[in-house]
Design a protein around this ligand. Structure first.
Ligand SMILES: Cc1cc2nc3c(=O)[nH]c(=O)nc-3n(C[C@H](O)[C@H](O)[C@H](O)COP(=O)(O)O)c2cc1C
Length: 290
């Protein structure tokens, strides 16, 4: 296979897929994001310049977006209850094919957001009485928190349907667009996982604001963004499970079109993943291990 083909123009035969293909794009990505003995010094210099500069540290700690001027909805506290971590881990499953279609509550939506990417510990900086470091419920490389969460609220009691942005600093939702958001989403065929989108209560679009991480970690940054997304996905899964809800990550979607739908620029800020939650249906998989 020609190495000049762009990924968009690929048409794999089955033989290409399983035997001859060299997975060129993946290898380029992986090679380009490796720390090696040759590039380590440049990366370490970059990181140390940043960590020694108090102005930069404070600037980089302000890692959240707000949509000024849009209606703000304060979320309830958001309690998970006292489910044991081990039980949540053992019970966690991806909802296969569809949810029941029944609503979830605003309290449940709030609990998922707070315990997935919400604010936790706040610390101060020496001699900076007005600046704070805000840690979140999921870990993030360098504490840079590059991710933003846009809940597409389809069917939540106590929260009108619409496209929202999760405002982390005050645990609120900013209403970017109200109306029949599910119909609009389905009407554009943005994912092949149509049944999940048609029956879930909330579809979260998880974006990454690339410069927040890449400006510090350079070529290594894209990997770190992806790892951050993985951590957030697990938090989504576990919080949803702890609340007795069905959950499913959705990696299959048309990237740029979902980005346009939620109105991010698809350059500095990209959609990395979708995540669906709703009332569950029985899992058709048949356990053989009890
Ligand atoms: C990164 C990632 C992407 C995924 N994308 C999809 C998807 O697009 N559609 C889907 O139905 N399930 C998706 N899943 C769910 C997996 O299919 C599921 O985790 C896997 O089958 C194992 O089942 P379990 O989660 O119930 O343990 C995704 C999971 C992950 C972690």
């Amino acid at each position: 296979m020609s190495k000049r083909k762009t990924f968009d123009s690929l048409s794999y035969s089955m033989v290409d897929l399983f035997e001859n293909d060299d997975h060129y794009e993946t290898e380029v990505y992986h090679e380009g994001t490796k720390i090696t003995r040759r590039n380590y010094d440049a990366l370490a210099r970059r990181v140390s310049t940043i960590t020694r500069d108090p102005e930069l540290i404070v600037m980089m700690s302000r890692s959240w977006k707000t949509y000024a001027g849009f209606p703000k909805i304060k979320l309830p506290e958001g309690e998970l209850g006292d489910v044991r971590l081990q039980d949540a881990l053992m019970r966690r499953r991806s909802q296969l094919s569809s949810f029941s279609g029944e609503s979830i509550s605003a309290e449940q939506l709030s609990a998922v957001l707070r315990n997935t990417y919400g604010p936790t510990l706040t610390t101060d900086f020496p001699n900076r009485p007005h600046d704070f470091m805000r840690f979140r419920a999921s870990p993030s490389a360098g504490g840079l928190y590059p991710l933003e969460i846009y809940p597409l609220v389809f069917n939540v009691e106590g929260c009108e349907p619409g496209l929202y942005h999760y405002c982390v600093v005050d645990h609120s939702l900013e209403l970017l667009r109200s109306g029949p958001i599910r119909d609009e989403f389905l009407g554009r065929n943005l994912t092949p996982y149509r049944e999940l989108a048609a029956t879930c209560s909330v579809l979260f679009a998880i974006t990454a604001v690339l410069p927040r991480t890449v400006s510090k970690y350079l070529f290594r940054g894209y990997r770190f963004l992806s790892y951050d997304v993985g951590a957030v996905l697990q938090s989504f899964y576990l919080t949803g499970t702890a609340l007795g809800l069905g959950t499913c990550a959705i990696g299959g979607f048309f990237d740029n079109e979902v980005g346009e739908f939620i109105q991010v620029d698809n350059v500095d800020e990209h959609v990395m993943m979708l995540f669906s939650i709703g009332q569950s249906t029985p899992d058709p998989r048949r356990p053989v291990n009890g």
